[in-house]
Each structure stands twice: as structure tokens, then as C-alpha cells.
Design a protein around this ligand. Structure first.
Ligand SMILES: [Mn+2]
Length: 269
């Protein structure tokens, strides 16, 4: 069991995302397992809900990232959750993992990602924002290693100081540690493996088989597609249609259809 997909959940607001992620990944007939990582101080109820929504994937409990004496500072209050994903680096029971965000819809088999080296990722939405030359931590290939984990954690504060606003997340820490990441072509996974749903239309136009080449849609943003009520969804459809964003509507529609789908598969361990 040296290769696995992994995802991280700390909050019940993302359970519907976990459910949809699992279904869409299972439908690609992956040969790899999925592990769902939750904080070791999770309530029994939360753990039960995760179990109920992860289609047989094994749960791993791990401690939150401790930031010495800084938790009491209001500036750092939300950090326990924000940096939880950095724990990926200490899952040393695996040789290699693919970290997946909970707001993903997987459309195609992505098993070949395990061939990529450590720290591979996508520069998502480069097609829309060509000047944003950084990795998106929604999808990452990681070879867990404790020295690497320690470097990540000890650089959180440096990454914060280096940022303009001080309001950073796990992604900023990875980018801080790898300032030349964008130039390292061997670490760049094609964008169709992690594309923002509002940029898919642009990317599809550049791909040989258009939409058929899109592997993962990333529902990046504050409001997630599973949170929309029917009324809110309808409103979104209308607004998008008015601006000709039919492809954004297509992405929303695909997500909601997957949410309703009954899938009788489960992950192997
Ligand atoms: Mn995301």
C-alpha cells in the first residue's frame, strides 16, 4: 500500500464535497485507494459522518499543525484548519500520494499522475491569468518525508512575512519553499488536471479533444456548488447565461448531476 490518493477534511460543511469527490473518483475505475485525513481531535459524530460519505475509504487521524504560542494571537486563529493540509508531508506510511481538494469533480482516470515526481502540481488557470506563475495546491504529488514536513512547518512564519497581506494558506507555504517551481518544467502537470470551473471553457478551446481532455474541474471559490440552494443555483444559471457563460453553467450542472448520482462502488484498501 505505498501509493494512495489522499484528501483532508476538518469541517462538516465539506462533507457533500467529499461525497461527490469520492463518487467521481470511483467512477474513473482507479486502481489506487483513497485515504481521508481528519484531525485527531475530531468528534465521534464528525468521524461517523466522514465514514458515511467516503465510500469505504480508510480514515487517518493526525494532529493539527501546532504553531508555537501563536494560536492565542487572533491573527493566527483560523490557521489550525488552513495548514492542516501540510500534514500530507508526514504521511510516511506511503511512498507517494496524490493530494486532492474536496471541491474537485474528477472526470477521467488520473492514475498516471503517480508517475510524476515529488512536488508536481498544476499552475491552474494560467490560461486565464498568465501572470500567476505558481502551483495550485488543490492537486499535488507528494512523497512524504519528515524533513520536508519540518521545513514546511518552520517556514509558515517566513511565508507569512513574505506575503503582502499576511493572510496565507498551505499553498503559499509550498510556493514560498519552491520559488523556482514554475521554471521546473518536470514538475508541471498539464492544466487540464486541475482547472478552475470558470476557466475550463478557455482551456478546452486549446485542447486537442476540447472538453473530453479535461480531467478535473476545480470549483475554486468561496461558495461551493454543493452549498447552493435550488433557488441560488437557478439564479447563477440566469446570471451566467446573461453573460454568455454557458460553460460555467455546464460545470455547475455536471457537479449537481454527480451529487444526485447513486454509485454502488467502494474504495479498496
Ligand atoms: Mn479547492
Amino acid at each position: 500500500m505505498s501509493y494512495s490518493f489522499v484528501t483532508f477534511i476538518t469541517n462538516e460543511k465539506y462533507l457533500a464535497g467529499l461525497n461527490t469527490l469520492c463518487k467521481s473518483l470511483l467512477l474513473t475505475k482507479t486502481k489506487y485507494p483513497l485515504h481521508v485525513v481528519i484531525p485527531s481531535d475530531s468528534s465521534a459524530d464528525f468521524e461517523k459522518s466522514v465514514k458515511f460519505n467516503c465510500f469505504g475509504a480508510k480514515i487517518i487521524k493526525i494532529g493539527r499543525i501546532k504553531l508555537e504560542n501563536k494560536i492565542s494571537n487572533p491573527l493566527y486563529k483560523h490557521w489550525g484548519d488552513t495548514f492542516f493540509k501540510l500534514n500530507v508531508a508526514r504521511l510516511t506510511q506511503f511512498k507517494k500520494v496524490i493530494m486532492l481538494d474536496l471541491d474537485f469533480l474528477i472526470l477521467k482516470n488520473i492514475d498516471s499522475l503517480f508517475n510524476y515526481p515529488h512536488m508536481s502540481a498544476c499552475a491552474s488557470a494560467l490560461i486565464k491569468f498568465p501572470e500567476w506563475k505558481y502551483l495550485n495546491s488543490g492537486l499535488m504529488v507528494i512523497e512524504p518525508d519528515l524533513d520536508f514536513f519540518n521545513r514546511l512547518v518552520t517556514n509558515i512564519e517566513n511565508a507569512r512575512k513574505a506575503s503582502k497581506t499576511g493572510d496565507i494558506g498551505d499553498q503559499d507555504v509550498f510556493n514560498f519553499l519552491y520559488p523556482d517551481w514554475f521554471e521546473r518544467k518536470e514538475l508541471r502537470i498539464p492544466e487540464e488536471y486541475n482547472e478552475f470551473y470558470r476557466a475550463v471553457y478557455r482551456l478546452a478551446k486549446t485542447l486537442k479533444h476540447g472538453w473530453k481532455d479535461i480531467k478535473i474541474i476545480h470549483y475554486w471559490g468561496i461558495v461551493k456548488p454543493w452549498q447552493l440552494t435550488k433557488k441560488e443555483l437557478f439564479r447563477q444559471y440566469l446570471v451566467n447565461a446573461r453573460y454568455g457563460r454557458f460553460d460555467v453553467n455546464r460545470c455547475l450542472h455536471m457537479y449537481r448531476r454527480m451529487m444526485r448520482k447513486k454509485v454502488g462502488l467502494s474504495f479498496k484498501s
